[in-house]
Design a protein around this ligand. Structure first.
Ligand SMILES: Cc1ncc(COP(=O)(O)O)c(C=O)c1O
Length: 371
């Protein structure tokens, strides 16, 4: 079975840890751990914004991501994106005004958002902050720079890389952001072992047992899904409230034991395995044709002509981790300006490439898909 996330028992947990990786790539950047990317975004901006200002974010985004901005009294304005996931720059620029505090770029699926440098040039021109949202892939390096550190501040989410219940990093690259940063009670790593930690470890143990039975696995997943990932079961505000936590002890232990290079290598191999398996299928188009050096893919995203039946086909073969992304806010869905984002969200199927999967398992799925 190919499930959505790796297990705590993966061999890729054998040091040197996430800390050492970040220090190697961004020796000058101040960074702080959080329980979630959303809490990190809140603290990162809190010292430099005023209520009544606005933040311009891509329309192709999970609804809960703007909740920290709302809590700070900021209006969230959505900019349209192109098929390539680059900003529609005319639309983006038209939404910036004197009250714009920040523009957010998103490195989707572990790849730099196309136009990243142009976004940085725009935020310089309009004298606002550039937030480099790299929630999807803590280990991706683009042009020698760690994704998440291309802006004035940035975030990354460990939960999307490691078998952890929570965990995120706030990067503070800009001098003013650093000076005005005042960590809230959500900053840092918790020393306490909480009940959620115990439940997470228990679930992980259960997962390894349940690998053999996809249907049993799925029913257990459903019971335990609250807060585990981009589920539609909780409203955006509720998701944000649940995300207001420091990084748990269990996440810290797993992050300290992780081997970043081994994880990135495994993810890249699995990305290529899906490329080979789906090559030549007329009803499935990869979102990314190339896998540049340094990229640690979060998933293997494709656009399918019939996403529901493609997902069902995969599930039948034991790939339970394939999913659509994101669930768009209704206001985005109903606005013609965001037509491309809506089409992308409707067509997209993201396939798991995490380090807990053997490339041979993906090849086996490919063999059966061809039958
Ligand atoms: C693009 C993007 N940014 C930010 C976040 C927020 O990260 P977290 O769930 O750690 O709060 C997510 C999470 O789903 C995301 O997909």
């Amino acid at each position: 079975m190919i499930d959505a996330t790796p297990s705590v028992f993966d061999a890729s947990l054998s040091e040197p840890g996430i800390d050492a990786f970040i220090d190697r790539h961004v020796p000058d950047s101040a960074y702080t751990y959080y329980g979630s990317g959303k809490a990190a975004l809140r603290d990162g901006l809190a010292g430099v914004v005023e209520p009544g200002e606005n933040v311009v974010v891509p329309a192709y985004l999970s609804p809960a991501v703007v909740e920290p901005f709302r809590e700070l009294g900021l209006e969230a304005r959505y900019y349209a994106v192109e098929e390539s996931l680059a900003p529609d720059f005319d639309d983006l620029e038209a939404r910036i005004d004197d009250d714009t505090a920040a523009v957010v770029s998103v490195n989707y699926f572990g790849f730099p958002q196309p136009g990243l440098e142009r976004i940085a040039a725009l935020t310089d021109e309009y004298d606002c902050y550039h937030v480099d949202d790299n929630a999807h892939s803590p280990l991706s390096v683009h042009d020698g720079t760690l994704l998440g550190t291309h802006g004035d501040l940035g975030i990354t989410t460990l939960r999307k890389l490691l078998p952890v219940p929570d965990g995120a990093v706030l990067y503070r690259t800009d001098e003013t952001i650093r000076e005005r940063f005042s960590p809230s009670s959500l900053a840092g790593r918790s020393d306490r072992v909480a009940t959620t930690d115990c439940r997470f470890v228990a679930t992980s143990v259960a997962e390894s047992v349940l690998q053999t039975s996809p249907s049993l696995y799925q029913s257990v997943e459903t019971v335990l899904a609250d807060g585990a990932d981009d589920s539609s079961s909780v409203d955006p505000e509720g998701r944000y409230e649940a995300a207001k936590i420091p990084m748990s002890k269990v996440s810290a232990v797993v992050a300290d034991a992780a081997d970043p290079d081994a994880i990135r290598t495994a993810r890249r191999e699995n990305f290529r395995a899906w490329q080979r398996v789906l090559d030549g299928r007329g009803d499935v188009t990869p979102l990314y044709e190339r896998l540049p050096a340094g990229i640690s893919p979060y998933e293997y995203p494709v656009r399918a002509t019939d996403p529901d039946s493609f997902r069902a086909e995969l599930e039948e073969l034991g790939v339970v981790g394939a999913h659509s992304w994101p669930i768009l806010r209704e206001a985005v869905r109903e606005d013609d300006a965001y037509e491309t984002s809506v089409r992308l969200a409707d067509d997209l199927v993201a396939l798991p490439v995490h380090q807990g999967i053997e490339p041979s398992a993906i090849k086996a799925v490919g063999d059966r898909l061809r039958e």
